[in-house]
Ligand binder design. Structure first.
Ligand code: FE2
Length: 260
């Protein structure tokens, strides 16, 4: 499946205004709020600025002059945002289920960016629809395969959570560029590497992400792959739509006995 543009009517939604998002930031657990530099580069450090959640909440209304990128992670923890996400998924599930199987593990992220913020090249092991709410951004996607994403990088993510990717000269012309304005949404395929640059005004985006039976089994298989190869067994990237059932079961068994 490739990336695809959609349209939505969420831009004026009261839960997605800067004051409402500042309130949400005050309610979320501090570990689920991140503030990073706006001036990162592809392949560079997307450096964290601070972990003081109350300061971050206060910065949201003046994001334009903050030099910051702010992420609210797992907003489904707040019932009003959970209702919003479940309402969106109820509309989309009849389209999604025939493509990925029934969606599960619904999660929500809000990205609040100062003008010209660059989110460096990385990948996320999830299906994603990004709804552009305010400002504009360029979202550039790549196939989830070498040279953009290797087997080792996918396995390392599932072991240690590192999702930033090295950047190579020439990559900038090899991606699929999507220009998003308020009312646009972008379907980002599972594990598709991407980088994002906000436009000249503050940007707000809502990401709705989900998993399916295949992606859950693939994640487990990627965890156990290195162990299998040490035993001389074949262990490559799980290919859609075949579920790596034995590897997933092996991963769960290995976790139970403390091997992973
Ligand atoms: Fe991402």
């Amino acid at each position: 499946m490739s990336s695809a543009m959609l349209r939505h009517d969420l831009a004026p939604h009261p839960l997605l205004s800067l004051p409402a998002l500042a309130d949400a930031a005050r309610e979320l657990p501090p570990q689920h709020i991140e503030r990073r530099i706006a001036g990162a580069a592809n392949g560079g450090d997307f450096a964290m600025i601070g972990a003081d959640d109350s300061a971050t909440a206060d910065i949201i209304p003046s994001i334009e002059t903050s030099g910051s990128w702010i992420m609210l992670r797992f907003v489904e923890q707040l019932p009003r945002y959970r209702d919003l996400l479940h309402g969106l998924m109820a509309e989309l599930a009849p389209t999604i289920a025939p493509l990925t199987g029934p969606p599960q593990s619904l999660k929500g992220f809000v990205f609040i960016s100062a003008p010209d913020t660059l989110t460096p090249f990385h990948f996320d092991a999830e299906y994603n629809i990004l709804f552009q709410i305010a400002g504009d951004k360029d979202f550039v996607t790549y196939p989830p395969e070498p040279p953009f994403l290797s087997r080792d990088q996918r396995e390392a993510y599932h072991r240690a959570g590192e999702n930033m990717l090295p950047w190579q000269e020439g990559f900038d012309t090899r991606g699929a560029a999507h220009h998003l304005t308020p009312g646009d949404a972008l379907y980002v395929p599972y594990a598709a590497p991407h980088w994002v640059r906000a436009g000249s005004s503050p940007s707000v985006s809502l990401s709705m992400t989900w998993q399916c039976d295949w992606s859950a089994a693939a994640a487990d298989a990627l965890v156990v792959n290195p162990l299998l190869r040490r035993l001389g067994l074949p262990a490559g990237i799980p290919e859609w739509p075949q579920q790596p059932r034995w590897r997933a079961l092996g991963c769960r068994a290995a976790r139970r006995v403390g091997l992973l």
